[in-house]
Design a protein around this ligand. Structure first.
Ligand code: NDP
Length: 411
């Protein structure tokens, strides 16, 4: 029987919801490329419920306990005295979400002697030291495509929020003002702008497709070129490298995975090649951007705005400079954890577990590491190595937020 250790974000400060704003969510059976949404034999939840927080348990408890497995769910994930670190020693399976990642560093792999499977409830397994996973023979799987469209919608929202100066204008209303000039002196139309995506995978392609009706000029760069008919349909300009793309784009959306090739890609040098007043939206991973280079570029005016929902580490310390930098439209890491997305990735986790326990193969598109090497989706989009360095800093947020009466998830 297996011990399953599941790390989820905290419940709402107002308590686990008793009701929801809507009664249902749309039923999605296939993703845009034809891949089916998760197909577990059963699910132990009602789609539309909050599943990603501790009390939601991804809807797994009944399923696991009825088969004699043990489920431990915690949000206490950082530092050597955390529940995660304590429970990890004899865990067979770890489940974690990128929004509230349980960093699986090489040191933790050494301690986790029974670990065989690490599941990402969502997409992006960079919180796992993939090199160490390969060396320890641990299988890594994620629920590919489960929240790609959720993120693409968030990107469109953030592009418009930055270009049209939405959040500062909203603040004037809340403050009781009617300051038209203050609002519009940084507001533009998106129409006619050059918009580029770095990485034209599932999210990048969905962003391009969603922005097409805004009559913008669309650009992309990727390791592999898209089919000619897609390029033609969307009117895309392909750039062989990211430098060529950023030189011409007014708005850049980052949609590549974080792996050694992309870590620190947007540094002073690359940002220095961007158009003055360009905007960056990064919903991929924070470490793809040099944290301080972004702040410098916003302060100097090289960038007109930066938005995104990914930080490093997560949660970021309270004094993380991105919380206070000018012209930002940041959210916590939420774009891929809408109630709609949660229903899909919780079902995907259940599907992966059913396959694992029944000795059936996990879908190739869900695999990142298997049998000591990159596999499936991982072999296509990642490179070997480790991007978890510095993750221990996440413990700083936790320690400060443990003061009596203080909720852990409040910034
Ligand atoms: P995909 O794997 O479908 O797409 C990633 C694309 O990036 C692929 O086309 C890949 O190229 C390309 N790529 C990888 N490395 C490079 C490189 N060095 N240079 C240029 N292109 C590169 O993933 P998704 O679109 O579904 O997700 C992308 C990332 O978004 C995830 O890895 C994750 O980090 C992040 N994400 C964030 C979420 C959030 O909530 N904010 C939720 C979901 C994902 P190819 O495969 O052609 O080699």
């Amino acid at each position: 029987m297996a011990k399953v250790l599941c790390v989820l974000y905290d419940d709402p400060v107002t308590g686990y919801p008793q009701s929801y704003p809507r009664d249902d969510i749309p039923v999605i059976e296939r993703y845009p490329d034809g891949q089916t949404t998760p197909t577990p034999k059963e699910i132990g939840f009602r789609p539309g419920e909050l599943l990603g927080s501790v009390s939601g348990e991804l809807g797994l408890r009944k399923f696991l306990e009825s088969q004699g497995h043990t489920l431990v769910v915690t949000s206490d994930k950082d530092g050597p005295r955390s529940t995660f670190e304590r429970e990890l020693k004899d865990a067979d399976i770890v489940i974690s979400q990128p929004f509230w990642p349980a960093y699986l560093t090489a040191e933790r792999f050494r301690k986790a002697r029974n670990l065989k499977l690490a599941i990402t409830a969502g997409i992006g397994s960079d919180h796992v030291d993939l090199q160490a996973a390969m060396e320890h023979g641990v299988t890594v799987a994620e629920v590919t495509y489960s929240n790609s469209i959720s993120v693409a919608e968030h990107v469109v929202m953030m592009v418009l929020a930055l270009v049209r100066n939405y959040l500062p204008s909203h603040e004037w209303v809340v403050k009781g003002g009617w300051n038209i000039a203050d609002c519009v002196m940084r507001a533009y139309d998106l129409e006619g702008m050059n918009v580029g995506v770095v990485g034209s995978g599932r999210i990048g392609r969905a962003v391009l497709r969603r922005l097409k009706p805004f009559d913008v000029k669309l650009h992309y760069t990727d390791r592999h070129r898209l089919p000619e008919d897609v390029e033609r349909e969307l009117g895309l300009t392909f750039h062989p490298d990211v430098e060529s793309l950023v030189r011409v784009c007014d708005v850049v959306s980052i949609n590549v995975p974080l792996h050694p090739e992309t870590e620190g890609l947007f540094n002073d040098e690359l940002i220095g090649k961007m158009k003055r007043g360009a905007y960056i939206v990064n919903t991929a991973r924070a470490k793809i951007c040099d944290r301080d280079a972004i702040v410098r570029a916003l302060e100097s005016g090289r960038l007109a705005g930066y938005a995104g929902d990914v930080w490093f580490p997560q949660p970021p310390p309270r004094n993380h400079p991105w919380r206070k930098m000018p012209y930002e439209a940041m959210t916590p890491h939420v774009s891929g954890s809408t109630l709609s997305a949660q229903a899909r990735y919780a079902a995907g986790v259940r599907e992966i577990l059913e396959c694992w326990f029944e000795n059936r193969p996990i879908r190739d598109e869900y695999l990142i590491v298997k049998d000591g090497q990159l596999a499936g989706a991982g072999a296509h989009s990642y490179s070997a190595g480790d991007t978890t360095a510095g993750a221990e800093e996440a413990a700083r947020f936790r320690q400060r937020s443990r003061r009596p009466g203080e909720a852990t998830q409040q910034p």
